[in-house]
Write a protein that binds this ligand. Structure first.
Ligand code: DHB
Length: 319
C-alpha cells in the first residue's frame, strides 16, 4: 500500500488528471449529466459527435437491446456545431474536467469547417475525429475503412490545429493497426478504439429487422474481447497513446485495457446504466494502484505478461 499515485498524464502538452473518460454519444454533450455524476472525477468527457449542420439522425427504431450489448443506429443526430457553441459550450466550461470535442462529417471539407469553428473557442482541450460511424450513407465507414482517406483527413486536420488530435478507429476492418499506423504517420497524437461493431437484430414475429436501418453498431460488454484484441494489436504497432474503448463496465475491465496497452480508457454503454460508472472506475483505479504499490499509472500500461510465442495475432500480423 502506498499513499499517493500519479494518475495524471499528458498528450501534446495537455494534462489529463486521470485515465478514465466518457465515450462519445453516451454522455450527451457532457452538460446533461451534471446532476448525476461528478465530471470533475474524470480525465475528460468526449462530446456527442458534432457536424456542421444539425442532424435529425435515422428514423426509429434506432436502439435495441441485445445479449450483453446494445445495438444502435442513431445516425449522428446532433444539434450542429453552431448550437453547440451557443448552448452547450458555456455549460461545459464550468465542468472541472477536460472537454474533448468529437467531430463527424461527410466530407474532408466538413471536418475542416467544424474544427475551424471550434478552434478559436476556449474550453475545448482536444479533438476526437469520428471516421467510423456505421450508420450513415456518406462519410462514416466509407472513410473509416479506407486507410488513405483516414490518413488524408488526419493530415488536413493536423495542419489546422495545435491541439491534441485523436482519431477514433473502427473495428470493422481486417487490421486496425494499419489504420493506426497511417494516422500516426499523418500526425495524429492518439487513436481511440474501438468504435461499434456492425451488428443486426431480427424480430421473428414480424420477420423484420429491429433497426430501421437494418444493421447498426453493437456496443457494451458483448464487444469487450474484440476491443481488447484490437487494442493489443494496435499497441504492438504504434508509439502514440491509445484510448481503449469497448464494453468497459468495471474497474477490472478498465485495467485489462491498460494491461494490453491502452494509456487511457473511455466508458460508453455503461453510462446508460449508471452515469456515475466512469467516476467510480476512476476512483477504484486509483485505489488499485495504491494497494498494489504502483506509484505511476504509466508503469502499469502495456505490462501484459504475454508469451508472444503463442500469440496467433502476432504471426498473423507479420505474415
Ligand atoms: C453512431 C455513431 C457511431 O460512431 C457509432 O459507433 C454508433 C452510432 C450514430 O450516431 O449513429
Amino acid at each position: 500500500m502506498i499513499e499517493s499515485v500519479k494518475t495524471s498524464w499528458t498528450l501534446r502538452g495537455v494534462e489529463f488528471k486521470n485515465r478514465v473518460f466518457t465515450a462519445s454519444g453516451t454522455f450527451g454533450y457532457g452538460d446533461e449529466v451534471r446532476d448525476l455524476t461528478d465530471a470533475g472525477a474524470l480525465g475528460g468527457v468526449c462530446t456527442k459527435s458534432l457536424s456542421r449542420k444539425p442532424r435529425d439522425g435515422n428514423p426509429p427504431s434506432r436502439i435495441v437491446e441485445t445479449a450483453g450489448g446494445m445495438l444502435n443506429s442513431i445516425g449522428l443526430a446532433n444539434i450542429g456545431v453552431e448550437s453547440f457553441l451557443r448552448q452547450k459550450l458555456p455549460l461545459l466550461r464550468e465542468l472541472k474536467t477536460r472537454i474533448i470535442a468529437n467531430i463527424a462529417a461527410s466530407s474532408v471539407e466538413e471536418y475542416c469547417e467544424v474544427l475551424d469553428m471550434l478552434e478559436p473557442e476556449s474550453g475545448i482541450s482536444a479533438y476526437e475525429i469520428n471516421v467510423s460511424c456505421p450508420n450513415v450513407k456518406e462519410g462514416g465507414l466509407n472513410f473509416g475503412t479506407n486507410c488513405r482517406k483516414t490518413a488524408e483527413i488526419t493530415s488536413m486536420l493536423r495542419s489546422r490545429t495545435a491541439k491534441p488530435l485523436i482519431i477514433k478507429l473502427t473495428p470493422n476492418v481486417t487490421h486496425v493497426s494499419e489504420f493506426a499506423r497511417a494516422v500516426e504517420d499523418a500526425g495524429a497524437d492518439a487513436v481511440s478504439l474501438i468504435n461499434t461493431v456492425i451488428g443486426m437484430a431480427v424480430d421473428v414475429r414480424s420477420r423484420k429487422p429491429r433497426l430501421s436501418t437494418v444493421t447498426g453498431g453493437l456496443s457494451g460488454p458483448a464487444i469487450k474481447p474484440i476491443a481488447l484484441a484490437k487494442v493489443y494489436e494496435t499497441a504492438q504497432a504504434v508509439k502514440i497513446p491509445i484510448f481503449g474503448i469497448g464494453g468497459i463496465a468495471t474497474v477490472q475491465d478498465a485495467l485489462e485495457f491498460l494491461l494490453v496497452g491502452a494509456a487511457a480508457v473511455q466508458v460508453g454503454t455503461m453510462n446508460f446504466i449508471d452515469p456515475n460508472a466512469a467516476a467510480s472506475i476512476a476512483a477504484e483505479m486509483e485505489d488499485f494502484f495504491k494497494l498494489n504499490g504502483i506509484a505511476d499509472a504509466q508503469d502499469f500500461v502495456g505490462t501484459l505478461k504475454a508469451d508472444i510465442g503463442f500469440s496467433i495475432l502476432q504471426s498473423w500480423l507479420s505474415s
